[in-house]
Design a protein around this ligand. Structure first.
Ligand code: FES
Length: 124
């Protein structure tokens, strides 16, 4: 993994955050229809590939911290491998409404590919 450059990014909550871009290597390591977990500076991040589009969010279920990157993906939804809470990988929102509080979600992070490499932005 290579540290690249810094940028200012507006988060989904509308906040401006100082972000650092991280090159995670070959984009083909995240297969279409699957997820993978990466650890960057002790932060665990799940990245999913849906039809070639990448989505990144914190790899910790809001229930008891299960690894969402190891969950099964169906459409846009990933199920936590521990107890099955489901999250929309496109926005991090938990859709298991009878279990989690309304608005429960995991933090999402900007991710893209450049020259077939994964570029992930994380707040500093
Ligand atoms: S830890 Fe994810 S559903 Fe329980």
């Amino acid at each position: 993994m290579r540290y690249r450059l810094k940028s200012i990014t507006k988060t989904t909550e509308g906040e401006n955050k100082f972000m650092a871009e991280h090159n995670l290597g070959d984009s083909h390591q995240v297969f279409d229809g699957e997820g993978k977990t990466f650890t960057i500076n002790d932060k665990h991040v799940a990245i999913f590939n849906i039809n070639g589009d990448l989505f990144a969010f914190e790899d910790a279920c809001k229930h008891m911290g299960g690894s969402l990157g190891k969950g099964k993906l169906e459409g846009n939804l990933v199920a936590c491998p521990n107890h099955g809470w489901q999250y929309d990988v496109t926005n991090g929102k938990c859709v298991t409404e009878n279990e989690c509080e309304s608005g429960c979600r995991v933090d999402t992070f900007p991710v893209k590919t450049e020259n077939n490499e994964i570029i992930l932005s994380l707040p500093e």
